[in-house]
Design a protein around this ligand. Structure first.
Ligand code: FES
Ligand code: FES
Length: 250
């Protein structure tokens, strides 16, 4: 009697089916033999360096190299590029997928720029690129070949504070301080935006009047910088202090 039942996929064959199927009877493998042969294959890959090489490449791509002159990945896919950071030229060998944030922190050792969410939601990674503030976690370093980047380390120093840094201290514009580098970079950039008369969502009418340094303008323009400590009222006061030239260091 002929078997008219539909053919079953080979991958789902049970033991009984494989015994009945003469085409696969010759390749039946015991569980013990299978595990032994798998171990041999895995061992061969490791001793041959294939697994080790792929793991090492991943590590090298993200490992700080230490030198400001030449940092980053050594893998075959690394790209050589340069950035001007806080007035100093830096050269890097980077995996193309490396974010600007990781480059600043891991390769240039400028850890003042913070990583909060790593997805564009908190503003902790704000830096100023060619005069505009951006989230460094949302952009790849290779997109900024030759760009001029200012991080919190380039805004001021402990001995020579930027007026915005001085105002944050005078107005108590922080608690834990984790968001503060991003807040200050954003606030410094905000001053330039208002001076350039760039409108925001709350600007009444730029056709008839210049943009004012109002609390509403400041709150709107700083809305991309989250402070988990809730220092918002004092941050606004600090920015207003600089805008009205009241800082002791202004
Ligand atoms: S770390 Fe970049 S926005 Fe949060
Ligand atoms: S001061 Fe702590 S998150 Fe802003």
């Amino acid at each position: 009697m002929s078997d008219d039942s539909p053919a079953k996929p080979r991958g789902y064959s049970s033991d009984a089916q494989s015994q009945a199927d003469p085409s696969i009877q010759g390749v039946k493998v015991s569980r013990r033999a299978f595990l032994q042969s798998s171990g041999v294959i895995a061992g061969t890959l490791v001793s041959g360096g294939l697994v080790a090489q792929s793991v090492t490449e991943g590590v090298q791509a993200d490992t700080p190299a230490g030198s400001a002159a030449s940092n980053g990945a050594n893998s075959a896919s690394a790209v050589r590029m340069s950035l001007r950071i806080n007035g100093v030229d830096h050269e890097f060998n980077l995996e193309p997928r490396t974010t600007l944030l990781d480059t600043l922190r891991d390769s240039a050792a400028l850890t003042g720029t913070k990583k909060g969410c790593d997805r564009g939601q908190c503003g902790a990674c704000t830096v100023i690129v060619n005069g505009r503030r951006i989230n460094a976690c949302l952009t790849l370093a290779v997109m900024h070949q030759g760009d001029d980047i200012v991080t919190i380390e380039g805004i001021g120093t402990p001995d020579n504070l930027h007026p915005m840094q001085a105002a944050f201290i005078e107005e108590d514009g922080f608690q834990c301080g984790y968001c503060t580098p991003g807040q200050i970079c954003s606030a410094v950039s905000l001053l330039s935006e208002i001076k350039r008369n760039e409108a925001s969502a709350v600007t009444p009418d730029v056709r008839t009047q210049r943009v004012e340094f109002t609390a509403d303008e400041i709150r709107e323009r700083m809305s991309g910088n989250i402070c988990r400590c809730g220092a918002y009222p004092n941050i606004v006061k600090a920015i207003q202090r600089v805008a009205t030239n009241k800082t002791s260091n202004a």
